[in-house]
Ligand binder design. Structure first.
Ligand code: ZN
Length: 187
């Protein structure tokens, strides 16, 4: 297993619609192992493959003891939008903003053996599923902000000057943000 470096906002891979997984060979199990290890290293709740530079529709999650992975996920159903709660992202380290999400979702997909998954989630896990599925569509949570929050987030991202910081520094910074996840941010 290996800890992979996390891509930061500004990296084009985070803005690319990820490709469906069609090859379920042994490389896939290793990739998912590495994603779990990387996510644990930064105490993240979720990690999408584009965040480690892999343009495939895969994410891993670990929320309140529930952990797993979903390949080719589809948000099959959802309920109304709930009141917003703070979110963060390992790829936008050091920041957190309130995002409106569905309180309940049904997610379908497959596991690494190609077996169908049909998951229902509420609360933090539901937010995580929505946040990670967004990543696979080239979308970051800051895109879901509007008004003052959006302006403030864009200013803060410019101020953070992420592209001038080395990947290693970013990974360390991401780790400290990851620790803040306990108060409700989704990675
Ligand atoms: Zn994220």
């Amino acid at each position: 297993m290996a800890i992979l470096s996390i891509r930061i906002i500004g990296d084009p891979v985070l803005r690319t619609v990820a490709e469906e997984v069609t090859d379920f060979g042994p490389g896939l199990a290793k990739l998912i192992d590495d994603m779990h290890q990387t996510m644990a290293d930064v105490q993240g709740a979720g990690l999408a493959a584009p965040q480690i530079g892999v343009n495939k529709r895969i994410f891993t999650y670990n929320v309140d003891g529930e952990q797993g992975h979903v390949i080719n996920p589809v948000l099959a159903a959802c309920d109304d939008l709930a009141a917003g709660e703070p979110e963060g992202c390992l790829s936008v380290p050091g920041l957190g903003y309130t995002v409106v999400r569905h309180r309940w979702v049904r997610l379908t997909g497959v596991d690494l053996n190609g077996r169908p998954l049909d998951l229902e989630a509420t609360g933090l896990l539901a937010k995580c599923f929505q946040h990670e599925t967004d990543h696979l569509n080239g979308k970051l949570y800051v895109d879901r902000l509007d008004g003052d929050d959006r302006r403030e987030a864009l200013r803060a991202i410019r101020r953070a000057n992420y592209h001038n910081v080395t990947a290693q520094t970013m990974a360390r910074r991401a780790q400290s943000v990851g620790s803040a996840f306990a108060v409700g941010a989704v990675q």
